[in-house]
Design a protein around this ligand. Structure first.
Ligand SMILES: [Zn+2]
Length: 102
């Protein structure tokens, strides 16, 4: 069991709001949409994510932090707790759905 710490993508800035923004591998390098010129923007927060098994089903634990080191420390802690089989209070977990725009 392992996890990741990453910055989510925010809604692209500028460009055509009707555009679906197809981020091909080449476009991802350029960091803007080829069709409308919208800039890709990283969230200024860090998100941790790791997989857990709950009631025999796969689930993901996610939480958001201000800094990468905070997120990494929390990830290590969360992985250790889950490895011991302890349940983490649901209230301690924040599902960062509000940052997900696609
Ligand atoms: Zn676009």
């Amino acid at each position: 069991m392992k996890g990741t710490v990453y910055q989510r993508w925010m809604k692209p800035e500028g460009g055509d709001s009707e555009c679906k923004h197809k981020w091909s591998p080449e476009v991802k390098k350029a960091q803007h949409c080829e069709a409308c010129g919208a800039q890709r923007v990283r969230a200024d927060t860090w998100t941790l994510q790791h997989e857990v098994t709950r009631n025999g089903k796969r689930a993901f634990v996610t939480d958001t932090f201000r800094t990468k080191s905070e997120a990494q420390a929390a990830l290590t802690e969360s992985l250790a707790l889950h490895a011991k089989g302890e349940q983490i209070e649901p209230s301690k977990l924040t599902v960062a759905v509000f940052l997900r725009d696609w």
